[in-house]
Design a protein around this ligand. Structure first.
Ligand SMILES: [Zn+2]
Length: 309
């Protein structure tokens, strides 16, 4: 098959931040940056981001400038330095242990904590990337308060990017779990499945699954496709990736060619899987099904495959 190149960037990519990782270990610089009046704070509360306009489908990220964030900083469970945005330091701050966030926000601020995923495709791309970054890192911090080796408490180092065990001394680093998502095709048709977890009963999407220890991405693609659909594949080819910190993944998009046709679904994973023609996928509504939303990797794989004919 011909190589299909990603036609545009994926959602949650294109961060405007310079991560300046070399600054993380400069405690004095980090402390001064956090205390500076121009500092930008990205609040996170129970995996939700600070947004306005969600109800009217015109979401905007809300960042707090130094003095506005005093109450949030005073009640922070944990924080981390994300990087510089046009030279201005940006930190994420998690206040998840607070039951009521209203007193932490500036008076009159028309914003609230909401799920970033609900804004997909509607939010400014740069801001969405920053919110995803903050959410993913704060999730990791929340889940690594204690050492997985000896059970002792961990304490943050490197501006919140390392959790150092106070017992055995091991450093724990942020983790990202790779997941593969793949459009399997054969003779101009694509294999799409429906899961009971999908938001609508008529939605069909590309297959996906987590990479397991000891396998390559290509092997993970082949294994997941076979487990879920009984289809064997070859010629696994990379398309693009997407940060997916919901809570801790990166989606790695692939194409794969089927070498078999007969579908046997895994009922634990899928309720249906079928071969769809290009014509059906060009006008799914006319054929009684729906395809995934605009900014997901699944959607990008389908879009670029349909454009490649
Ligand atoms: Zn330990």
């Amino acid at each position: 098959m011909t190589l299909i190149i990603a036609s545009r960037p994926n959602a949650y990519t294109g961060s405007p931040l310079d991560r300046v990782a070399e600054r993380r270990t400069d405690d004095a610089w980090i402390a001064a940056a956090l205390a500076s009046p121009e500092v930008i704070i990205v609040p996170v509360w129970r995996a939700r981001s600070l947004l306005r306009g969600v109800d009217v489908r015109r979401p905007e990220a809300v960042f707090l400038a130094g003095p506005q964030a005093a109450a949030i900083l005073a009640r922070a469970d944990h924080w981390a330095f994300l990087g510089l945005r046009d030279g201005v330091p940006v930190f994420s701050v998690d206040v998840s242990t607070e039951d009521n966030t209203a007193p932490l926000l500036p008076d009159g601020l028309e914003a609230g904590f909401a799920d970033l995923r609900a804004t997909m495709g509607l939010l400014n791309g740069h801001d969405a990337s920053v919110l995803a970054h903050a959410r993913g890192l704060m999730h990791w911090r929340t889940k690594h308060r204690f050492c997985g080796i000896c059970g002792s408490a961990c304490e943050p180092k490197s501006a919140g990017h390392v959790m150092h065990c106070t017992g055995c001394g091991v450093d724990h680093f942020p983790r990202t779990d790779p997941a593969v998502i793949m459009l399997v095709h054969s003779k101009g048709r694509a294999l799409l499945g429906h899961s009971a977890r999908f938001p609508t009963s008529t939605m069909y999407s590309t297959l996906a699954g987590f990479v397991e220890p000891g396998e390559s991405l290509e092997e993970a693609v082949a294994r997941e496709v076979f487990e879920e659909s009984g289809i064997r594949v070859t010629n696994v080819r990379y398309h693009s990736s997407q940060p997916w910190p919901f809570p801790a993944s990166i989606m790695l998009g692939f194409y794969a060619e089927a070498t078999t046709e007969e579908i046997t679904i895994d009922p634990e994973e899928l309720t249906d899987a079928r071969w769809f023609s290009r014509a059906e996928m060009h006008s799914p509504r006319d054929h009684g099904f729906m395809l995934p939303r605009g900014d997901s990797v699944a959607s990008r794989l389908i879009e670029d495959w349909l454009a490649s004919e």
